[in-house]
Design a binder for this molecule. Sequence first.
Ligand code: IMP
Ligand code: MG
Length: 177
Amino acid sequence: MLELHSDLARVLITPAQIDQRISQLAKTISRDYQEEDRLYIIGILKGAFIFLADLTRKLEIPHIVDFMALSSYGKTTTTGAVRILMDLREPIENLHVLIVEDIVDTGNTLSYLHKILKGRNPASVKTCVLLHKVRDPIDVPLDYVGFEIPDVWVVGYGLDFADRHRTLPFIGELKRD
Ligand code: IMP
Ligand code: MG
């Protein structure tokens, strides 16, 4: 096995575990939307791009992929403020929308986005997150969750720390400090 980078404390979720869980999620989502003519999937940049790529390639239903970019944290501290940096290509009125996000921590980002998108009158909006840091209750429904994780900073599989470690094939826990 490759040596773990010295920034990392441990591997939290292996590539095989990620792959297996995403297959299950894709099956569930495909089943839930089998009656609809298509699903409008919104990936949140940058963090969700790898999860989104793997998830969508396992879906068995017609779907469209689009992206949004939201302002994010500087490093590991939260500011609370969320801003749209890049918006969707198309209106989503009357469409079935699935938001795909890398991780939910306070729930601020997803809750804000969920409200904005609901305001655009889609047929439905659901959320799919790879990771949920379980802390305080959040005020947005999580419809599909890959893994619940402890309150640690994680990197890899799309997630970064100041843009580092984003393309590791596993989810790793960053050392503190
Ligand atoms: P929330 O708004 O507090 O739920 O934070 C969500 C956003 O913060 C995610 O979209 C990530 O970009 C970022 N984030 C939160 N925790 C982590 C982490 O452990 N690793 C990498 N990014 C994180
Ligand atoms: Mg993010």
